[in-house]
Design a protein around this ligand. Structure first.
Ligand code: HEM
Length: 558
């Protein structure tokens, strides 16, 4: 009986092997043929070999490994094959490049060796008139016009509005009874900044919510299969884009009617006046596409960095304390009596949505518009009440004096760069690190890996703002070892605005708020499509109580 069942098992296994073996053999042969197909695709006019690496499985390449392994996909391959390796992702042969010297050649080779390459769905949804989709002379011209939006004068003119939006959002976080999901809150903050500061719009909550939802729909479908069918990602993205364009058209028409040559208040004003000066006739389509492009480029990147900022400040209390000490030394933290702690948390009394009309750089101006509003505060100590709400307004000059904060923000963008790299198409075969990079292939330059592996940094795995102090700036001798904003002619045009947002948020948070992690452990970080904590990061915020050193949550527990 036993013998019979054993022989049954063996024959069943043999039968299984007989049926599976041909399939396995076929897979192995097809994988080998696929590898040979790509070896044969090398540029025969160049004697150099292709980089090391695997092209994965026929058609799908290593796409699934890449999607499921996240950042460890690149790390494991880099460790195995070196700083320049080949792979096959999303239907295209790709060469991934790490290291300051290697990425330098790519970033400086724009328009000659390589050309920027966004996925087809992104190009279709954003439109042909955007900066990211333009090349050569047109790109140069458009950059010149858009640069005006981020000039020193423009940034100075945005600062008061920007600070008001930041204050308003922080007061909502502090008023929240439970924990705040920081990544979602940061996305809301940066969307409001884009609408209020870049587009100059003062919208009611309902309209902001509608626009923000439509915009999220566009973002969610920006990287989808290029199939324009009902219910497809591309179709949904295009629909959201059309709704946003219709809204923008109304706003732009209003602006064009009112435009006063001497008055620049928002990005539209700066674009229109720069275009006029450069004899560039901007069409309505170009203006609409540019407005959506700016929100797209600013929104997720800055939200990612803002979330990482809160995470790092929370993890490194010594950095928080040092940054606070600098704010105190610069007169940006005003000590407030503890008696006012409760009324600070009462958002009905704060000007959470106070959109200051008469922009002013008066550093001592109270936070409330009118005396009537001020009188509504329930705090019995009128003098203390005035001190509490008297948070100073910032200026670019004041911010430039905050040297330690500058190091914190720089290190933040080195340690957790929001964008992990950029894609290019190779225009002509060139040499890199002893390998050929063949014409027609894609190249991805890596920001995160370059920061993590650069010899320029001592212990790059540590978060250490001091590595950027002016006398020991570790990146100063190796320009391309610090590239959170890319480099060359495609370098981030909104860099200065992004830094301004991060510094304003830092000052407001450090001066007015305290925070505690609402979960037992810190979340891990996800890198695709942009760096963010997997659970969004749950945090309790409270207003700071400078005099007693205790926050409201602690005092209510006593
Ligand atoms: C922390 C925030 C930000 C980060 C980390 C960031 C990062 C980057 C990077 C790495 C690139 C180059 C991509 C490539 O090489 O393909 C880029 C390009 C760009 N960024 Fe940013 N960015 C940020 C904020 C902003 C803001 C606030 C704006 C505008 C309001 C903006 C507008 C743009 C535009 C328009 C481009 C395309 C430039 C071109 O093609 O010439 N970015 N950004």
């Amino acid at each position: 009986m036993m013998f019979w069942s054993e022989s049954c098992l063996v024959s069943a296994l043999l039968a299984l092997l007989r049926s599976v073996l041909p399939a396995l053999l076929l897979l192995a042969v097809s994988r080998r043929l696929w590898a040979l197909r790509w070896s044969a695709a090398r540029d025969k006019t160049c004697a150099l070999p292709l980089p090391e690496g695997s092209m994965g499985w026929p058609l799908i390449g290593e796409t699934f490994h890449w999607l499921f392994q996240g950042s460890s996909f690149h790390i494991s391959r880099r460790e195995k094959h070196g700083n320049v390796f080949k792979t096959h992702l999303l239907g295209k042969p790709v060469i991934r490049v790490t290291g300051a010297e290697n990425i330098r050649k790519i970033l400086l080779g724009e328009h000659t060796l390589v050309s920027t390459q966004w996925p087809q769905s992104t190009r279709i949804i954003l439109g042909p008139n955007t900066l990211v989709n333009s090349v050569g002379e047109l790109h140069k011209k458009k950059r010149k016009i858009l640069a005006r939006v981020f000039s020193h004068a423009a940034l100075e003119s945005y600062l008061t509005r920007l600070q008001d939006v930041v204050k308003g959002e922080i007061s909502k976080w502090c008023a929240e009874a439970g924990p705040v999901e920081v990544y979602a809150a940061a996305r809301s903050l940066t969307f409001r900044i884009a609408v209020r500061v870049l587009l100059g719009l003062k919208l009611d909550e309902q309209r902001i919510a509608h626009l923000s939802k439509t915009f999220e729909e566009l973002m969610n479908n920006l990287f989808s299969l290029p199939v324009d069918a009902p219910l497809s990602g591309l179709r949904k993205g295009k629909k959201a884009r059309d709704v946003l364009h219709a809204e923008m058209e109304i706003i732009i028409k209003e602006k064009l009617k009112k435009q006063n040559a001497d008055e620049n208040c928002d990005a539209f004003d700066y674009i229109l006046s720069a275009a006029k000066e450069n004899d560039y006739n901007l069409t309505m389509q170009e203006l609409k596409e540019t407005a959506v492009e700016l929100i797209f480029a600013a929104h997720s990147t800055t939200a990612s960095a803002s979330t990482s900022l809160i995470l790092q400040l929370m993890r490194h209390s010594e950095v928080t304390e040092r940054a606070r000490a600098e704010l105190e030394a610069e007169g940006l933290i005003m000590d407030a009596p503890s008696a006012c702690c409760s009324c600070r948390n009462d958002t009905s009394n704060t000007c959470a949505n106070d959109e200051t009309e008469n922009s002013t750089t008066d550093m001592t101006r109270p936070r409330f518009k009118t005396k009537a509003l001020l009188d509504k505060i329930t705090c019995p100590d009128k003098q203390a009440r005035r001190l509490l709400i008297n948070v100073p307004y910032l200026s670019l000059q004041k911010l430039s004096q905050l040297c330690y904060l500058d190091c914190v923000v720089k290190e933040l963008l080195r340690f957790l760069p929001p964008v992990s790299g950029g894609y290019r198409t190779v225009l002509q075969t060139f040499e890199l690190n002893g390998y050929q990079i063949p014409k027609g292939w894609s190249v991805m330059y890596s920001i995160r890996d370059t920061h993590e592996t650069s010899a320029a940094y001592m212990s790059p795995e540590l978060f250490n703002p001091e590595r950027f102090t002016p006398d020991q700036d570790e990146s100063k001798n190796s320009r391309f070892s610090y590239v959170p904003f890319g480099g060359g002619v495609r370098r981030c045009i909104g860099r200065e605005l992004a830094l301004l947002v991060l510094k304003t948020l830092s000052v407001e948070l450090l001066a007015t708020a305290e925070w505690t992690l609402a979960t037992k452990t810190y979340p891990t970080m996800q890198t695709v499509p942009i760096v963010h904590p997997v659970n969004g990061l749950h945090v309790h915020f409270n207003y700071r109580n400078n005099a007693s050193g205790r926050n409201r949550r602690e005092s209510t527990h006593i």
